[in-house]
Write a protein that binds this ligand. Structure first.
Ligand code: UT7
Length: 333
């Protein structure tokens, strides 16, 4: 049976740096509060006219393709995760496919929120394992800054999120020492409304978008931060242990953990539970905030750029987010 290997990584973040102090111009908050509760110092916001969801994804993908030594024409399928697409439909994967000149190649748009990239990676891995495709481009890209409510009313979510994109190229291999070992996916819809954006929903009377919906805040992110936090710290640990147990491995075997960048306190808690050192966990939330589906591939690509991925390393990706969803992937680098 074929296996899949990550042969290319890339990321793109907009140039526009928004510090915590910049946020104080729009809402009542402070650098101290944000750093203490989340670890975030700054994040990036897209520049209108320069960046789009799909252009950021294309930039990350070009880098990943170059790293893999491939061209867009070599890719068999695109799996693209985002909850902030350029259009309501079709998805941004179509726009990126056009941008990269990959006409005719299949594209799959998925959501799955903060777990989006790990889900997308799993989908691509299954396609390659089944023999249906030999190469895949897996992308996470988000523009959160145009959605979030930057007034004081939205401060519990506005301070967290940022924009960016990350991408990975997957290639078929027969080598079990350099491959995606396994992926583990979970969801629990009972908590769908603990972190969600209600509008523009289709199951509404009359027109889908009304002035009242906007005034009632239905387009804003609602988050029960405390509930999300409590579930996250449990599910991260669970899904990482599940991946290890499935493969007869232990936490001590992990060389590098690349968690979704939700909150530095969540990462620290998970790190301590697993008995890992600070140097074994990738944290870049300080500089990029929470970029939802883009956070894992950005962190992984940055870890590669910084020389933190070594031949034969055991890398663990893990994510938790709205839905609720949670997921992990074990990779032999
Ligand atoms: O990506 C996956 C999904 N997201 C997450 O995993 C995030 C999980 N949740 C969290 O990280 C935390 O819940 C937050 C960082 C979002 C919030 O931290 P918290 O300690 O749970 O704060 P809170 O919402 O309980 O609010 C505490 C206080 C409140 O004031 P009072 O009622 O105690 O007077 C808030 O109004 O902090 C206030 N507050 C703020 N103050 C300054 C909330 N947001 C802010 C803010 N600046 N940005």
């Amino acid at each position: 049976m074929a296996l899949s290997r990550i042969t290319g990584l890339g990321y793109y973040v907009p140039d526009n740096v928004i510090t915590n102090n910049d946020l104080t111009k729009w809402m009542e908050t402070s650098d101290e509060w944000i750093q203490e509760r989340t670890g975030i110092r700054e994040r990036r916001y897209f520049e209108y006219g320069k960046d789009t969801n799909y252009s950021m994804a294309a930039a990350a993908s070009r880098q990943a393709l170059e790293h893999a030594g491939l061209t867009p024409g070599d890719i068999d399928v695109i799996v693209y995760a985002t909850i902030t697409p350029d259009y309501f439909f079709p998805g941004s994967a179509f726009l990126m496919q056009r941008e990269l000149g990959m006409d005719g190649k299949p594209v799959i748009d998925i959501r799955e929120q903060c777990s989006g990239f790990v889900y997308a990676l799993s989908i691509a891995d299954q396609f390659i394992k089944s023999g249906m495709y030999k190469t895949a481009l897996v992308v996470g890209s988000e523009i959160q800054s145009s959605w979030i409510d930057k007034s004081t009313a939205g401060r519990n979510t506005a301070v967290i999120f940022g924009d960016g994109a990350g991408a990975a190229v997957l290639t078929a291999t027969e080598d079990p020492q350099h491959c995606i070992i396994s992926t583990h996916l979970h969801a629990d819809g009972r908590y769908a409304e603990e972190l969600f954006v209600r509008e523009p929903g289709s199951s509404r009377p009359g027109r889908t978008i009304t002035k009242e919906m906007i005034e009632e805040g239905g387009f804003n992110v609602y988050m029960n931060g405390n509930a999300v936090f409590k579930h996250a710290i449990v599910r991260f640990g669970e899904v990482i242990r599940e991946a290890l147990e499935k493969n007869g491995l232990e936490a001590g075997d992990i060389d590098l953990l690349v968690p979704h960048q939700a909150n530095i306190r969540i990462s620290d808690y998970v790190r301590q539970q697993l008995g890992l050192s600070e140097s074994q966990v990738v944290n870049n939330i300080q500089r990029f905030g929470n970029t939802t589906a883009a956070s894992v591939p950005i962190a992984l690509a940055e870890a590669f750029e910084n020389g933190r991925l070594h031949d034969g390393n055991l890398i663990c990706l893990a994510a938790f987010g709205s839905g609720f969803t949670w997921a992990s992937a074990l990779i032999r680098w």
